[in-house]
Write a protein that binds this ligand. Structure first.
Ligand code: ADP
Ligand code: MG
Length: 610
């Protein structure tokens, strides 16, 4: 028998490894932009065509590369950013693993142009399948331009796996924003298919936030700024009135790197406690700087999760910094810090953090700073920390409760539609949530919210199939301003929304004019309705099983259904019951929750021994 083990050829090994770093166009955007930042550029331009599937190009005016470095850069584990393992613990740059360019060269056709200031001519290199296929001198300005064409041209299986242009573009916008937000001192521009999406002049962080998230935040940002010897936090939170129904505008950066942290998010939400409605989300863009050795940087560069050496302290720090900021700007009507009234009236609590106090704080150990009772930085009960998990898991679970479509049929098998005719006389509402409907063989206990969700779902499904829902023109059209990523999403949904009775017109700058809404959405609540719909949509936008349209229908049905706790008139109850039993599938919602339970008189009799 011959030996059978072979070494994989380089280009295949590279393709496999690339899968980890470059999952979609947005991953390449992130890597290329971070490299440009690391190269010290103060002007970075991003150009994409076809949502990055055809072209992703990043042009910077950074330090450029020598001819040899330009070739080396595309080798795996080629980096100028670390030399020894110790460097890993002090890393200040965005990249360090030397994997990005090698991965990009493995899955796309790459053209690099680069020139250093000290060199006469620049270098042009063309790469395909990890091989340099052309190299020549070129006259270019100082800096680097890297273009990646036809992502996954050589890995069709992965190319097919990419999502719609709208979805991929949204990921790109997200990545662009994350980098642009953390470097306001750098000029950024972004164009997609020749159209300018962003043009961000250099400026302050505040200006950058407003440039990105929209003018509606202009006078509504509260600065956050605390320094200790352990860590610093700075940035802005939106005043409570700017809180939105969608989670979009929330950004955390640790050492200038965007991170996702449900834990830190909870710290912020906690600080806003009681100041905003339960289902709304405050805007924040917060930057935490701490010694790199206090953060686990050994996480994969494409991962956005982070591990802190002592996460309780970080939590406490974030929460108190925000409470302090809100208090300092008199956002809190009463200083309700869950502290005794006597403590609240103390200077330390009600007065701003003075320089003097700051120095005392930074000279004491951080933990003391946060546990001393009479400090404005005092963190209330420890139990808050214990429960952060419940808090953040709720929205997620809501999303998860949308089970696959088959769930409906499974439910139907268990509860075949009964043929007993519901009687619409003498309906009884219980707990403002349930309706008792008598049949000739017993009664149904209907859950009003689930029932309405089913009715709306079928109505919306009919609407998008060509029985459009009547639109009521708005007398005073409201405008709605969204985060860039949400605007991309909404644009994509416009045609279907139109069938569903929403007349929305893009108005530039991520703004839409609401020209009309379905007749049953009350005037004045259109904006909230749309924001909530987007939020719902995002909850299951990662679910591949459903089409965009299906997700939209479900989002709208869920969001517009009359909620439990709403008292209904007789007329409303009758309409609801009639509509429900006229549905094709009256006995469950689209996502498999029962709409009613059946109680048979026969069995009731038995139970009572009759
Ligand atoms: P890493 O960023 O982790 O070092 P990359 O594969 O992203 O790895 O880049 C490899 C090297 O190529 C970098 O360390 C840097 O020296 C060089 N490089 C990449 N992009 C640029 C750029 N835009 N300008 C200058 N040098 C660059
Ligand atoms: Mg890099």
């Amino acid at each position: 028998m011959p030996d059978i083990i072979q070494l994989l050829p380089d280009n295949i090994a590279n393709q496999i490894a690339a899968g980890e770093v470059i999952q979609r166009p947005a991953s390449a955007v992130k890597e290329l932009m971070e490299n440009a930042v690391d190269a010290g550029a103060d002007e970075i331009k991003l150009i994409v065509n076809d949502a990055g599937k055809a072209l992703i190009q990043v042009i910077d005016n950074g330090r450029g590369m020598s001819e040899t470095d330009a070739r080396m850069a595309f080798e795996r584990h080629a980096t100028s950013k670390i030399k020894s393992i110790d460097d890993l613990f002090t890393i200040k740059t965005m990249g360090f693993r030397g994997e990005a360019l090698a991965s990009i060269a493995a899955v796309g056709q790459v053209e690099l142009k680069s020139k250093r200031d000290e060199d006469e001519t620049g270098v042009f290199i063309e790469i395909e399948n990890s091989q340099v296929i052309k190299q020549e001198p070129i006259a270019v300005p100082t800096g680097t331009s890297i273009a990646m064409k036809n992502l996954f041209f050589n890995v069709p299986a992965r190319r097919n796996f990419l999502k719609s242009n709208a979805a991929e573009l949204r990921h790109i916008v997200d990545e662009f924003i994350r980098v642009a937000m953390s470097f306001p001192e750098i000029f950024f521009s972004f164009s997609s298919n020749g159209q300018q999406v962003f043009h961000l002049e250099k400026g302050s962080l505040k200006q950058r936030i407003v440039q990105i998230l929209g003018n509606s935040y202009a006078a509504k940002l509260v600065p956050v700024q605390e320094q200790t010897d352990y860590m610093n936090i700075y940035g802005f939170v939106g005043k409570p009135e700017t809180a939105k129904k969608t989670r979009g505008d929330q950004y955390f950066f640790v050492n200038n790197r965007f991170i996702k942290s449900a834990y830190l998010n909870h710290a912020v939400m906690n600080a806003f406690n009681e100041m905003i409605a339960k289902d709304s989300f405050p805007m924040y863009a917060l930057f935490i700087d701490l010694d790199p050795s206090q953060v686990d940087i050994n996480v994969h560069p494409t991962k956005q999760e982070i591990k802190f050496e002592d996460e309780k302290i970080v939590y406490a720090f974030v929460q108190s910094a925000i409470k302090h900021a809100l208090a300092q700007f008199s956002i809190t009507p009463t200083l309700d810090f869950d502290l005794d009234a006597s403590i609240q009236s103390l200077d330390a609590v009600s007065k701003p953090f003075t320089d003097e106090k700051k120095s005392t704080a930074s000279s004491s150990s951080l933990y003391n700073t946060f546990t001393k009772k009479h400090q404005s930085h005092f963190i209330e009960s420890k139990s808050d920390l214990k429960h952060w998990k419940d808090f953040y898991e709720k929205p997620g679970q809501q999303g998860n409760s949308f089970k696959p479509q088959d769930e409906t049929s499974e439910f139907q098998q268990l509860h075949p539609t009964t043929s007993y005719k519901p009687q619409t006389e003498n309906l009884i509402q219980l707990h403002n949530s349930f309706i008792v409907v008598q049949t000739d063989k017993g009664y149904y206990l209907v859950n009003q919210q689930n029932a309405h969700e089913r009715i709306l779902y079928e109505r919306f499904a009919l609407a998008v199939e060509g029985k459009p829902i009547a639109t009521q023109q708005s007398l005073f059209p409201a405008t709605i301003e969204l985060a860039a990523a949400d605007a991309v999403l909404l644009k994509e949904l416009l045609p279907d929304m139109n069938h569903l009775g929403y007349l929305l017109e893009p108005f530039g700058n991520n703004t839409f004019v609401i020209q009309g809404t379905p007749a049953d959405v009350s005037q004045g609540s259109e904006k909230t309705a749309i924001e909530k719909m987007l939020e719902q949509f995002k909850h299951f936008s990662s679910d591949l099983k459903y089409s965009k349209r299906e997700k939209l229908l479900r989002s709208l049905a869920l969001q517009q259904s009359i909620k439990s706790g709403t008292s209904l008139t007789d007329k409303e109850m009758i309409a609801l019951i009639e509509d429900l039993f006229n549905c094709d599938t009256p006995n469950s919602t689209a996502n498999g929750k029962p709409t009613y339970l059946e109680f048979k008189k026969e069995e009731l009799d038995k139970m009572f021994g009759r």
